[in-house]
Design a protein around this ligand. Structure first.
Ligand SMILES: [Zn+2]
Length: 111
């Protein structure tokens, strides 16, 4: 079997680069889609009735890059418009990509 250098390799590299570019584009589109869903921004949070629901829902989210499950790395709460707003920072178990999810806890107080 005689080897012919050149010819094939650059083409493979080009294809691989194109595939990487396509993947990056898909990831960016997915990140934009996730940002527009409830939980994507503080102004558009995922509504819960109890804080205990937050970790369960947060762990149900997936990575924008590889669609793997996420681990909670940090949580911060503050009061926003009279209710608890919680920001949950997540990290992908597979690739380490970050994702932030926003929750709002409906308070049963009447006033
Ligand atoms: Zn990932």
């Amino acid at each position: 079997m005689k080897k012919r250098p050149s010819a094939k390799k650059p083409r493979e590299r080009t294809l691989r680069r194109e595939a990487e570019r396509d993947h990056e584009k898909t990831v960016r589109e997915r990140e934009r889609a996730f940002a527009s869903l409830p939980g994507g921004t503080e102004a558009n949070p995922i509504e819960v009735t109890a804080t205990s629901q937050i970790p369960i829902l947060a762990r149900g989210l997936v990575c924008a890059r590889c669609l793997s499950r996420l681990d909670i790395v940090h949580e911060a709460s503050r009061v926003l418009y009279g209710r608890v707003a919680r920001r949950v920072e997540l990290s992908c178990r597979q690739c380490g990509a970050k994702r932030t999810a926003h929750f709002a806890v409906a308070t049963p107080t009447l006033n």
